[in-house]
Design a protein around this ligand. Structure first.
Ligand SMILES: *Cc1c(COP(=O)(O)O)cnc(C)c1O
Length: 379
């Protein structure tokens, strides 16, 4: 039996799928209406109401959302898109996939979000957009970043893949820029297996996104004549995925509350000189997709991950220093350790701890105890 089969093993993430979610899926399966239809439409209204936004467009995954947004905004070859150096790789990949150039910006060492003070220096005549990431469920400094984008005439795109329900100054992450993107991968707060959503208050952009999602079909066509107005994709969500998500979305606030409760406990009770806790400002409502700490530089990250797994706790590094990955390193030749020191440090010394609804008090205690006890000589 491998360690991970151990019943006591605490996984890094574990979705909370309840009986009512399952019966919703079964109901849709029995109906025989499987692809995008009424369930997706209902979910779009539900998400728009929750976030207080005009338009929600459900799509097949969080990477497809970002890809569609860039295409719909006409971003392509010759254009530059400013992004944080630290995120999940999808953020940089989609910029490449539309033929534009990602311009990486270092992050803040404590919030893990893009350092707003470094953005201006990266703007060039080719810059079309700033695509920020609300890393680990913490909103970036949107107030200041939006004002930079407005001053320079740049699109502000929000990769809110892991920040559903997060807020800055009472505004939901994803609703501040021209368009926001969410993911419903099982690592996020609520899940449809694979799934994503784009939100926007721009009606013209929303119509274009809807058409691009569905082969380029003009969904607004008044004479209901089928006409293809773009070379589009099939980035649709299925109706049974929408049905799986619907009740989870109703529970989102209690899910976040539970995560915040765990985070407060971690912040209050984790105490080990080898572990640096995250920090965030008071104007932010943290959705805690990930609880991410920094290991002391004397700790080897891989050894620490193995140590925790051997103790029955699933931890992992949190996200990538994207310019340090082989594809980007080879294409844009840079020394990430020098150019993006905070992103590099977060990538090489970061550690994500389990934080989800289903964790029991005993499991939370075990996690805290294990983090507090470990010493360099144990690894
Ligand atoms: C999860 C994630 C994505 C990708 O979402 P998928 O649904 O897995 O395609 C993109 N960006 C960030 C910041 C993410 O956390």
């Amino acid at each position: 039996m491998t360690k991970n089969k151990n019943d006591n093993f605490i996984h890094l993430a574990s979705p909370d799928i309840q009986e009512e979610d399952i019966s919703n899926v079964i109901r849709v399966l029995r109906s025989g209406m499987l692809v995008q239809g009424l369930e997706v439409e209902k979910l779009e209204h539900q998400l728009s109401t929750y976030l207080g936004i005009q338009h929600s467009i459900m799509v097949s995954n969080g990477t497809a959302t970002l890809h569609l947004i860039l295409i719909a905004l006409g971003i392509g070859p010759g254009d530059e898109v400013i992004i944080p150096a630290f995120s999940y790789m999808a953020t940089a990949n989609v910029v490449e996939l539309v033929g534009a150039k990602p311009i990486f910006v270092d992050i803040e060492s404590d919030s893990f979000n893009i350092d707003k003070n470094l953005i201006k220096g990266k703007i060039s005549p080719a810059t079309k957009a700033v695509m920020i990431v609300h890393e680990f469920g913490l909103a970036a400094d949107m107030h200041e970043i939006k004002s930079i984008c407005d001053t320079h005439g740049l699109f502000l795109i929000e990769d809110a893949a892991c920040a559903l329900g997060a807020k800055e100054h009472q505004k939901y992450a994803g609703t501040i820029g021209i368009a926001g993107s969410f993911s419903f991968h099982p690592r996020k707060a609520i899940t449809s297996g694979e799934g994503g959503a784009i939100v926007t208050n721009d009606a013209v952009l929303a119509a274009k996104l809807r058409a691009l999602r569905n082969h380029g079909i003009d969904s607004e066509n008044k004479e209901s004549k089928m006409d293809f107005i773009y070379a589009g994709f099939n980035y649709r969500m299925t109706d049974f995925q929408a049905a799986l998500l619907s009740n989870q979305l109703k529970r989102i606030e209690s899910i976040i509350e539970k995560k915040q409760e765990i985070a407060r406990k971690y912040m209050a009770e984790i105490s080990n000189p080898l572990v640096l806790l995250p920090s965030f400002r008071n104007n932010k409502f943290h959705a805690w997709q990930t609880f991410h700490v920094l290991l002391h530089k004397a700790v080897n990250q891989a050894d620490a991950i193995k140590y925790f797994k051997d103790k029955g706790i699933g931890v992992n590094y949190g996200a990538q220093c994207m310019p340090a990955q082989t594809f980007f390193k080879n294409k844009y030749i840079c020394d990430s350790e020098v150019e993006f020191p905070n992103a590099y440090k977060a990538f090489t010394q970061g550690l994500a701890l389990p934080i989800y609804e289903k964790l029991t008090a005993e499991q939370i205690h075990r996690i805290i105890h294990t983090v507090n006890q470990f010493k360099i000589n144990d690894l």
